[in-house]
Design a protein around this ligand. Structure first.
Ligand code: ADP
Ligand code: MG
Length: 339
């Protein structure tokens, strides 16, 4: 019998449009002889759109207002064999939808509540990975109330890390709200921006030299595999929003031009991180490689990475010999296996 799949797309984060594009690709690729797929687009307001509005959103890449509250529509998720929550960022990749689906008893693709929530949060990720011995940049946490009531304590934390440093909202993504701070004078604007978007902000030391950015794809549950390593090359001070989403600003190199020993370390550390964070199904693990010193530092773990046919994650798995449609089929299998 065919498996009935609910494909969730869109969502309330800044990556709404990316998710729509990813979902369109997944919808086209799930083999119809094995799956009956129902897409539901979640509007930017967090409402589940009816079928006609969903179809229009997937077609045009823009979603309408309206729709139903999640709780009203959650019951309609019953009757599906599995859900593919193809949602990025807050309210999608952060354990919230995973909690709803867990309560409803429906298997879903990707990490559960714990792995999703911890991996979404840059501070929690760093704490868990530090205890697993994973190399990372030096960092410090700052809270919004501290920045408002005792800003000097936050400034001290920043200058202890040294300049330049990165200031980031703890729970966002897509480089939104991230600043590279070159000197103490630029700190106020960066912190105001980040605290405008999140209660918790992470301050991160910059690597000693401009790092190379390398990424690896992980696939599996308890016995995951790591793909070949890829590299992103771009001409910008860092991989900011425009560079990420403007066609042609960044290029992907798979496999990354790296010595085998470095690629192998990337894969080993990524698998360690995947296990330490209790991830499941899939993840793209991003690293900084400081060529001058040989340092390899884990930057972040994305539990629902970009998923168009030209996105890094599916391309990395393709390099591992797994085609796009085989990949989405396997992910559903992994969701069912988790149960
Ligand atoms: N500590 C750091 N040192 C050097 N570059 C950094 C550092 N942190 C972030 N960057 C740059 O900023 C980009 C976005 O940061 P990242 O933490 O990956 O945020 P997001 O979760 O929004 O993708 C990175 O891809 C990199 O180019
Ligand atoms: Mg990133």
């Amino acid at each position: 019998m065919k498996k009935r799949i609910l494909l969730l797309a869109g969502g309330q984060s800044g990556e709404h449009e990316v998710s729509l594009m990813s979902a369109k690709s997944v919808l086209a690729a799930l083999p119809r002889d094995q799956f009956d797929v129902t897409p539901v687009v979640i509007s930017k307001q967090g409402r589940w759109l009816p079928p006609t509005d969903t179809a229009r959103a997937l077609e045009s890449g823009v979603s309408a207002h309206g729709g139903d509250l999640v709780l009203h529509r959650a019951a309609s998720a019953e009757g599906y064999d599995a859900v593919f929550p193809l949602l990025h960022g807050p309210m999608g990749e952060d354990g919230t939808i995973q909690g709803l689906l867990t309560l409803a008893g429906i298997p879903f693709v990707g990490s559960g509540v714990l792995g999703s929530a911890v991996s979404m949060d840059k501070v929690m990720t760093k704490q868990v990975l530090a205890s697993a011995g994973v190399p990372q940049v030096a960092w410090a946490l700052a809270l919004r109330h501290e920045w408002r009531s005792t800003p000097d304590t936050v400034r001290v934390r920043a200058s202890n890390l040294g300049f330049p440093l990165f200031v980031k909202p703890a729970n966002l993504g897509s480089s939104v709200g991230i600043s590279k701070v070159n000197s103490a004078g630029e700190l106020t604007a960066a912190l105001d921006l980040a605290f405008g978007l999140d209660r918790r902000v992470i301050l991160e030391a910059m690597t000693s030299y401009k790092p190379r950015e390398v990424e690896v794809g992980i696939l599996g549950n308890d016995t995951p595999i790591a793909s070949p390593v890829g590299e992103l090359q771009f001409d910008a001070e860092f991989y900011d929003y425009d560079t990420k989403y403007t066609e042609g600003r960044a290029t992907m190199h798979i496999p990354a031009p790296l010595p085998d020993s470095v690629s192998q370390r990337v894969r080993d550390i990524a698998l360690t991180a995947f296990r330490a964070l209790d991830c499941a199904g899939l993840a793209r693990v991003d690293f900084f490689y400081v060529q001058e010193t040989g340092e390899l530092l884990l930057n972040e773990v994305n539990t629902m990475p970009g998923f168009t046919t030209t996105s890094m994650y599916p391309k990395l798995l393709e390099a591992a010999g797994i085609s796009y449609s085989e990949l989405v089929t396997r992910l559903v299998g992994l969701a069912l296996e988790k149960r």
